[in-house]
Write a protein that binds this ligand. Structure first.
Ligand SMILES: NC(=O)c1ccc[n+]([C@@H]2O[C@H](COP(=O)([O-])OP(=O)(O)OC[C@H]3O[C@@H](n4cnc5c(N)ncnc54)[C@H](O)[C@@H]3O)[C@@H](O)[C@H]2O)c1
Length: 253
């Protein structure tokens, strides 16, 4: 497929799970991809997978919570490929499972720093390029937990709710500048993030969480990537400020 031929996409947290699936999906559509991640092995693996499929990609080692690193992602996009058409601000962490009162301040700050401030920093640099270019599409990776609460995940829930508000606000600000900004809200998707949170396939928790979805199973990273690609495509040309649920019905209950 060549829908995105000659276009350039940045994906943060592209070394694993949903971000990796998004990077592969952009490349499959013909885009050149900037693979950004704090983890070298995963980032390089994603680039290798894209190149094996005859796509183009480069890896940038970066922590989205650090302004200087985020600047280097966007500089790499411009230096290597000369433009930036799509950005999927996906990097995120889960944080420890604890009730709100027991949450440690450093854990709270770490989750907000990566999941909310990190996405805002990315937008700040992406928007500067897109404004000059006169076009662009941004998709922020929120969650069902950007719409509803989840006991023991207050920092994550606060960050993902904040990300939807940020998405809507920026969408209003740039609506007349040919820049669309949306969010995707996945249900539980089986990735290393969930494994780290103790939801490995075969455990009781995995079954319990799967059953929270009306479809009675978790989603796949590819199903989320499909939504990201669609929101970036011209098929979604009148859609901005939207939070698209990709959740097997979780939030319809
Ligand atoms: N898996 C789910 O069920 C689910 C559901 C809803 C939303 N999400 C969101 O989707 C996104 C991706 O999650 P995933 O499940 O693929 O997780 P994952 O742990 O598999 O991948 C996350 C990637 O982000 C990278 N990363 C972490 N901190 C970073 C930082 N500071 N700077 C740059 N890269 C960083 C990690 O190295 C990793 O490669 C996250 O924002 C997450 O909150 C996940």
């Amino acid at each position: 497929m060549n829908t995105f031929r000659d276009k350039v996409a940045v994906v943060t947290g592209a070394g694993s799970g949903i971000g990796q699936a998004c990077a592969l999906a952009f490349a499959k559509e013909g885009a050149k991809v900037i693979v950004a991640d704090i983890a070298v092995a995963g980032g390089e693996e994603t680039v290798r997978m894209i190149k094996d499929a005859k796509g183009e990609a480069v890896f940038v080692l970066s922590d989205v919570a650090k302004s200087v690193d985020v600047n280097s992602i966007m500089t790499m996009a411009l230096k290597t490929y000369g433009r930036l058409d799509y950005a999927c601000n996906n990097a995120g962490i889960g944080g420890p499972a604890m009730t709100t009162g027991d949450y440690r301040e450093e854990d709270w700050r770490a989750v907000i720093d990566v999941n909310l401030t990190g996405a805002w920093l990315c937008m700040k640099y992406e928007l500067e390029i897109m404004q000059k270019q006169g076009s662009g599409v941004i998709v922020n990776m929120s969650s069902i937990l950007g719409k509803v609460g989840f006991a023991t995940a207050s920092a994550y829930v606060a960050a993902k709710h904040g990300l939807i508000g940020l998405t809507q606000t920026a969408a209003l600000e740039y609506a007349t500048q040919n820049i669309r900004i949306n969010a995707v809200c996945p249900g539980f998707i089986y990735t290393p993030l969930l494994e780290k949170a103790g939801m490995k396939i075969g455990t009781d928790l995995y079954t319990q969480i799967s059953n929270l979805h009306p479809m009675k199973h978790m989603g796949t990273s590819e199903e989320v990537a499909n939504a990201v690609i669609w929101l970036c495509s011209d098929a979604a040309s009148f859609i901005t400020g939207h939070a698209l649920m990709v959740d097997g019905g979780y939030t319809a209950q």
